[in-house]
Design a protein around this ligand. Structure first.
Ligand SMILES: *[C@@H]1O[C@H](CO)[C@@H](O)[C@H](O)[C@H]1NC(C)=O
Ligand SMILES: *[C@@H]1O[C@H](CO)[C@@H](O)[C@H](O)[C@H]1NC(C)=O
Ligand SMILES: *[C@@H]1O[C@H](CO)[C@@H](O)[C@H](O)[C@H]1NC(C)=O
Ligand SMILES: *[C@@H]1O[C@H](CO)[C@@H](O)[C@H](O)[C@H]1NC(C)=O
Ligand SMILES: *[C@@H]1O[C@H](CO)[C@@H](O)[C@H](O)[C@H]1NC(C)=O
Ligand SMILES: *[C@@H]1O[C@H](CO)[C@@H](O)[C@H](O)[C@H]1NC(C)=O
Ligand SMILES: *[C@@H]1O[C@H](CO)[C@@H](O)[C@H](O)[C@H]1NC(C)=O
Length: 626
C-alpha cells in the first residue's frame, strides 16, 4: 500500500466530494489519469470500526444508467467479474485500527481505451447493514504523432473568388480528440469569409483518433512571403500539451501592373565591345512575356533577356519593354536609354615624315569620339606635348625619333587609341665612331673592321684597303651590313699579313664622308691611328716607334748596366786603396750581389720580350711598355 495515497486522502477526507454519504464513509480521487497501456492505481479509502469484509468494484460507462461489477473482494479473496480484466487486476487492502481507516488500492495493468469509465468502489460493513461508495473517473490518454503538413504545389491566384486549398494537416493515433489550429505567421486563423478550416476525424479500430484539417484561404499578395503551419493541442495525464508542424509557404499569383527595365552594367558608361544585358521585370507573379523594342524594331530575346556580347555604337538608343495585361487588356511598358561610346582609329596629318634640316612641321592627331578626348604626344617614350597638335620647329638631328600620339576619352579612360610614326630628318652622312679593329683570328690571319655611320637617307658604306708597303689594294673577304635607327654599321673581314690602311667612306644623296685607319696585323695586332675625319688627308702616326721601342729599351738597359759596373769598379778600387777591405771574403760577397742585380735586370728585359711576343701571337693591343 502506497502511504502517499493514505496521507493525501486522510488529510483531505472531509473536503473531498463523496458521492454517497451512508454510514460508511468512502473517499476516492475525482479522476485517475493514465497513458494508454500504462498501469492505473485507483485508491479507495473507508472509515470503519473494523476491516471491511466485502468490497465491490464496478464501472459505469459514460451515458449509461447502470453500472457493471468488474471485481469483488470477500474477506481475503478477490474475484474478477468482467472477463475483459482477466489477468490485469490486482489489489492491496490494509486497515489501521488506531485510526479506524481502511485502504484498498485497485491496480489495472495495460490500461485500454475501453477501461475509460467511472469506477465505483462500494464498501460494506461486516453486518452488511451499512455501506458506502466512492467514484473515480478513469481517463486514458494517447499522445499524437507530430502533425504532418502538406502544402499545395499549385500557385494560387489572388483573383480567385472562393477560398482555395492551401494545406492539409494530419494528426495520427491520438486520444482523446485533439484540436488543430492553423497559423499564418504568428497569428492563429479563424474561420471567416476568407478562411475556411475543414476538420475530419476518423476513429481507428483501436479507438484512437486520426484528425485531418484542411485550410482554405482567399490569398492576398502578402501571402507570398507568409509561413503557414498547424498546431495540435492535446491532453495528457495532468497537463495540456501542443505540437507544431513544419512551416510551409505557398506560391501566389498576381497580375503585373508595372514593368521596370534594367541594364547591366548600369552605373558605368558603356563603350563599344562591352558585354551588356538588358532585361525587364514586372511586379507580378509569374513574370509575363515581355516584348523588347529598339528603334521601332521588335527584338528577339533569350530567356526574356537581351544579351550583347560586344555592343556596337549602333546598339545605342531607346529600348522599350512591353507586356499585355490580360486582365485589363492594357499595355504596360517601360523604357531605358542606352548610349554606347566609341573612339575611332587615329588619323595623323600631314603624311609627311621626312624633314629637311631647319624645316618646320605641324602634326595633327585626330580621332572621332562620342565623348571629349585628351591627346598626348610622346617622343621615344617621353611625353613631349598635350593637345592634338604637335609643332616641330627648326628640324635638327634631335627632331628625329619615334613619335606616338595617344588619345584617351576623358570620362572613359579604357577607351584609348594610339598610333606611332617615325620622323626622319635629312642629314649628311657622319661617321660616328672610329673604325674598330678586332683581334686577329690566328687561324686565317683575318681581322674584322667595323665602321658606323649616321645620316638620312641612311648612308651606304664602302671600304678601300691599301697595303702600306706596296700601295696595292686589298680585298675584303666578307661584308656585313646592319642598319640601326638612322645609322648603319658595316663589318668587313680582311685577310692581311702586312700593314694596311683601311678607309671607310659613307655617302648618301646629301654628301660623303670618310675615315681611315692604319692597321698592323702581323706583329702584335693592330695599332691605333687616326680619328675618324671627313677630310681626305688622314693624320697617320708612324707605327715604327712601337716596333723599335723593344730593342731601344734593351740597349738602354745594357748601357745602364755598364755604367753601374763602372761605378762599382771605381768604388771597389777606392775601398781597396783605403785598405779597409780584406781581399778574399768581401770580394766574393759583392760579386754575388752584382750577379743578383744582373739577374734581376736580365729577367726584367726577357720578361718584356716575352710579353711582346705573346701579345703579338695573341694579337693583344696592350702597349709593350707596360
Ligand atoms: C496507523 O496510523 C497511525 C497514525 O497515522 C500510525 O502511527 C500507525 O503506525 C499506523 N498503523 C499501521 C499498522 O499502519
Ligand atoms: C478544443 O477546443 C474546445 C473548444 O474550444 C475546448 O473545449 C477543448 O478543451 C479543446 N481541446 C484541446 C485539446 O485543446
Ligand atoms: C518557399 O520558400 C522557399 C525559400 O524561402 C522557396 O525556395 C520555395 O520555392 C518556396 N515554396 C513555394 C511553394 O513557394
Ligand atoms: C635652327 O637651329 C640651328 C642649330 O640647330 C640654329 O643655328 C639656328 O639659329 C636655328 N634657327 C632658328 C630660326 O631657330
Ligand atoms: C669576324 O666576324 C665574323 C662574323 O661576325 C666572325 O665569325 C669572325 O670570327 C670574326 N673574326 C674575328 C677575327 O674576329
Ligand atoms: C647602297 O647599298 C645598297 C646595298 O648595299 C644598294 O642596294 C644601294 O643601291 C646602295 N645605294 C647607293 C646610293 O649606292
Ligand atoms: C678615303 O678614300 C676616298 C676615296 O678613295 C678618298 O676620297 C678619301 O680622301 C679617303 N679618306 C681618307 C681619310 O684617307
Amino acid at each position: 500500500m502506497d502511504p502517499r495515497y493514505v496521507a493525501l486522502l486522510v488529510a483531505g477526507l472531509h473536503v473531498l466530494t463523496c458521492k454517497t454519504w451512508a454510514l460508511v464513509e468512502v473517499s476516492m480521487e475525482d479522476r485517475v489519469e493514465v497513458f494508454l497501456y500504462n498501469q492505473a492505481s485507483i485508491p479507495c479509502i473507508y472509515n470503519m470500526n473494523e476491516k471491511a469484509m466485502i468490497i465491490t468494484w464496478s464501472k459505469k460507462l459514460p451515458g449509461r444508467e447502470r453500472s457493471k461489477v468488474l471485481f469483488h473482494i470477500e474477506g481475503e479473496r478477490g474475484e474478477i467479474d468482467d472477463s475483459g480484466y482477466t489477468g490485469r487486476i490486482s489489489y492491496t487492502h490494509s486497515y489501521n485500527s488506531s485510526e479506524s481507516l481502511g485502504s484498498i488500492i485497485l491496480t489495472i495493468d495495460k490500461v485500454q481505451l475501453s477501461d475509460e469509465s467511472e469506477i465505483i468502489c462500494m464498501v460494506k460493513d461486516n453486518t452488511l447493514a451499512d455501506q458506502g461508495e466512492g467514484h473515480t473517473q478513469l481517463q486514458v490518454f494517447n499522445a499524437p504523432s507530430i502533425p504532418a503538413i502538406v502544402g499545395t504545389h499549385n500557385g494560387i491566384s489572388v483573383d480567385e473568388n472562393k477560398p482555395s486549398t492551401v494545406a492539409d494537416c494530419k494528426v495520427d493515433n491520438v486520444y482523446p480528440r485533439p484540436n488543430i489550429t492553423w497559423y499564418r505567421g504568428t497569428f492563429p486563423l479563424q474561420s471567416s469569409n476568407d478562411v475556411k478550416i475543414m476538420d475530419r476525424v476518423t476513429k481507428n479500430p483501436s479507438g484512437l483518433f486520426t484528425v485531418y484539417s484542411e485550410l482554405h484561404l482567399k490569398v492576398v499578395r502578402e501571402d507570398e512571403h507568409a509561413k503557414f503551419y498547424c498546431e495540435v493541442n492535446y491532453f495528457t495525464p495532468g497537463e495540456k500539451r501542443m505540437m507544431e508542424s513544419d512551416r510551409i509557404n505557398i506560391t501566389v499569383f498576381y497580375p503585373t501592373t508595372e514593368v521596370t527595365m534594367w541594364a547591366n552594367p548600369s552605373e558605368k558608361l558603356l563603350k563599344e565591345g562591352d558585354a551588356v544585358e538588358i532585361g525587364c521585370k514586372g511586379n507580378g507573379n509569374p513574370q509575363p512575356i515581355f516584348t523588347f523594342i529598339h528603334d521601332k524594331n521588335e527584338l528577339s530575346s533569350e530567356n526574356e533577356l537581351l544579351v550583347f556580347k560586344e555592343v556596337k555604337r549602333s546598339d545605342s538608343g531607346t529600348y522599350v519593354c512591353q507586356i499585355l495585361n490580360l486582365d485589363t487588356y492594357t499595355e504596360v511598358e517601360d523604357s531605358i536609354d542606352i548610349m554606347i561610346h566609341y573612339l575611332d582609329e587615329i588619323v595623323v596629318t600631314p603624311e609627311k615624315r621626312v624633314l629637311d634640316q631647319g624645316e618646320d612641321l605641324t602634326l595633327t592627331c585626330n580621332a572621332l569620339a562620342s565623348l571629349s578626348t585628351h591627346t598626348e604626344w610622346y617622343k621615344d617614350g617621353v611625353r613631349v606635348s598635350e593637345g592634338h597638335v604637335l609643332k616641330l620647329h627648326n628640324a635638327s638631328q634631335n627632331t628625329e625619333g619615334m613619335y606616338l600620339c595617344k588619345i584617351t576619352v576623358v570620362s572613359l579612360p579604357e577607351l584609348q587609341k594610339q598610333t606611332s610614326l617615325h620622323i626622319n630628318v635629312r642629314a649628311n652622312p657622319k661617321i660616328t665612331e672610329e673604325i674598330v679593329v678586332s683581334p686577329m683570328n690566328k687561324a686565317d690571319h683575318s681581322v674584322n673592321l667595323t665602321c658606323v655611320a649616321q645620316g638620312y637617307p641612311i648612308p651606304n658604306i664602302t671600304w678601300h684597303l691599301n697595303d702600306r708597303q706596296t700601295g696595292e689594294p686589298l680585298t675584303e673577304s666578307s661584308v656585313e651590313y646592319h642598319e640601326k635607327g638612322v645609322g648603319v654599321l658595316s663589318i668587313i673581314s680582311v685577310k692581311a699579313n702586312s700593314e694596311f690602311t683601311a678607309n671607310c667612306t659613307a655617302f648618301n644623296e646629301l654628301g660623303i664622308t670618310s675615315a681611315s685607319r692604319d692597321v698592323t696585323t702581323f706583329a702584335r695586332g693592330p695599332t691605333t691611328t687616326t680619328a675618324p675625319h671627313t677630310k681626305a688627308t688622314g693624320i697617320t702616326v708612324p707605327p715604327k716607334q712601337h716596333q723599335q721601342g723593344g730593342s731601344g729599351v734593351i740597349i738602354a738597359v745594357v748601357i745602364i748596366c755598364l755604367l753601374l759596373l763602372a761605378i762599382l769598379g771605381s768604388f771597389l778600387y777606392f775601398l781597396y786603396k783605403k785598405g779597409r777591405l780584406s781581399c778574399g771574403r768581401s770580394g766574393k760577397q759583392d760579386f754575388t750581389k752584382e750577379n743578383a742585380n744582373k739577374d734581376e735586370i736580365g729577367m726584367k728585359s726577357s720578361k718584356s720580350e716575352e710579353a711582346v711576343l705573346l701579345q703579338g701571337v695573341n694579337g693583344d693591343k696592350k702597349s709593350p711598355t707596360e
